[in-house]
Design a protein around this ligand. Structure first.
Ligand SMILES: [Fe+2]
Ligand SMILES: [Fe+2]
Ligand SMILES: [Fe+2]
Ligand SMILES: [Fe+2]
Length: 473
């Protein structure tokens, strides 16, 4: 078996268009090759303190001694219930690379003395001795990816702690039904980062800890919570940080890592929104320009696609398209330049969430819109499906398309705009309406040749954008 202790570089797992950096730590030595210990120990009853010996192989007998007082975990921390997050081993895997980090101090009196891995059968498959003079409680190993692993950390004062692999949205282990409640997110305001998870907090089941890592995977904040706290904590972001990744530890359901957020992008959105966000109902001074700035957001499975029917010229263009959840967490951001297609796609964890898409025009401020409404997904407007769903009719000669909505057109409440999209979702026609010129919510578009399959969209000033049934020409 090869145990590699090499200088760690960034390694990545992909999350939609974003990238998660595996946590990595510098300062390890060269690769070494050795044999794994055999699994033939019998636990003894001696106290689980690490012998004052540095170097040398870790024997199974020694592991047996360490574990003899019990192996601790977040829901069974023994007498060290206040010390969970400092001892919980953070194990990440990328193919056959395994890293384990323990956010624990390393000094002569108090340190992590060993990190090891066991497979499903309890056999020790890799181990590494550490000492109080090591900079970090970190080890990396090479283990075949089809072996399921548990990581163990050994504190010289606070026993042995175990943990499975870090859970992610794509690799939730046994908790695929529990992703949404455990997925941590981060809200950035200036130099403050608030990490939270939408998880209940009760004596029997709660979020034990929240962590923050930076663009290099280095841990820049951690806090332990108690059941009477909220599952939220605000950290001060250290200087030099460009990217933040949130983590949450549940006492019953392991450690989860969330999507990383770029500080620049988060700060840009805060700046854009500082003087308000425009909508179909509150378009500010740009009431004539709603149709050309409204973000048209649709969703398929967990991918939200956002388009804006807006020019992308040198002096007038959409600078950025982004997505936030109802609490303002940034879920995705794309910056755009003149000549680019004004569209973006983002992965979201919770496909039923009320997200908002945003489009920032360089001249006409930032506009926000929820994901398009339909009979299947009416949001708060379940009783308004019939009065808002657009109906498309193509003329017999195929030259025109008439969109109509059974909706009033009065000053306070009316259909503001209609769109037609092609089978790729691209907007091929749009029209802004007003109650004075259009007493009925109906408009006839001329169709280009070979329009293919067309989909109608109608925007109410009060009740969002709705999509209707597609028709082929
Ligand atoms: Fe400790
Ligand atoms: Fe949980
Ligand atoms: Fe504009
Ligand atoms: Fe309406």
């Amino acid at each position: 078996m090869i145990r590699s202790k090499h200088l760690s570089r960034r390694r990545f797992v992909h999350w939609g268009s974003a990238t998660l950096a595996l946590i990595t730590f510098p300062g390890c030595a060269e690769e070494v090759i050795d044999e794994p210990p055999e699994n033939n120990y019998t636990p003894s009853t001696t106290p689980p303190m690490i012998e004052e010996e540095v170097g040398g192989e870790i024997t199974l007998e020694q592991i047996g001694e360490w574990e003899s007082a019990g192996v601790l975990s977040p829901n069974d921390p023994g007498e060290w219930g206040e010390k969970i997050i400092g001892h919980y081993p953070i194990m990440q895997r990328n193919q056959d690379q395994v890293t384990v980090f323990v956010p624990h101090p390393m000094d002569e009196e108090h340190y992590i003395g060993a990190i090891y891995l066991k497979d499903d059968s309890g056999m020790v498959v890799a181990s590494e001795r550490l000492s109080g003079t090591d900079e970090l409680a970190f080890a990396s190993f090479t283990v075949s990816e089809d072996i399921s692993l548990t990581a163990y950390s050994v504190c010289n004062l606070h026993q042995v702690w175990s943990a499975p692999e870090v859970r992610t949205v794509f690799n939730p282990g046994p908790w695929s039904e529990k992703i949404i409640g455990h997925m941590p997110r981060v809200l950035i305001q200036g130099d403050q980062a608030t990490v939270s998870a939408p998880h209940p907090m009760g004596e029997d089941h709660y979020i034990v800890g929240l962590y923050l890592t930076d663009q290099d995977g280095a841990m820049i904040g951690k806090t332990q919570l108690s059941p009477s706290d909220e599952a939220s904590y605000t950290f001060t972001i250290p200087e030099g940080t460009t990217e933040i990744q949130p983590w949450s530890l549940c006492d019953d359901h392991d450690l989860w890592v969330g999507q990383s957020v770029s500080l620049d992008e988060a700060e840009s959105t805060n700046l854009y929104e500082m003087s308000g966000v425009l909508t179909s109902d509150e378009p500010g001074q740009w009431g004539e320009k709603i149709a050309g700035h409204y973000p048209i957001a649709s969703i398929v499975d967990q991918i939200v696609s956002v388009r804006v029917s807006h020019p992308m010229e040198t002096d007038h263009y959409i600078e950025a398209i982004y997505l936030k959840d109802a609490e303002g967490h940034l879920l995705g951001f794309k910056s755009l330049s003149p000549g680019d297609d004004p569209s973006a796609s983002f992965f979201i964890v919770d496909q039923s969430a009320e997200c908002k898409a945003y489009a920032m025009c360089n001249l006409h401020e930032v506009w926000a819109a929820p994901i398009v409404r339909s009979g299947d997904r009416p949001g708060p407007w379940a009783d308004k499906v019939a009065s808002h769903t657009p109906i498309l009719e193509i003329s017999a000669d195929g030259l025109t398309a008439t969109v109509s909505v059974a909706h009033p057109m009065d000053d306070e409440h009316y259909i503001v705009a209609m769109y037609l999209s092609d089978s790729n979702g691209a907007v091929i026609a749009k029209k802004q309406l007003n109650p004075q010129d259009y007493p009925e919510a109906q408009y006839t578009f001329e169709l280009p040749d070979d329009s293919g399959t067309i989909t109608p969209w109608a925007l109410c000033d009060d009740h969002d954008l709705w999509i209707g049934a597609s028709v082929s020409t």
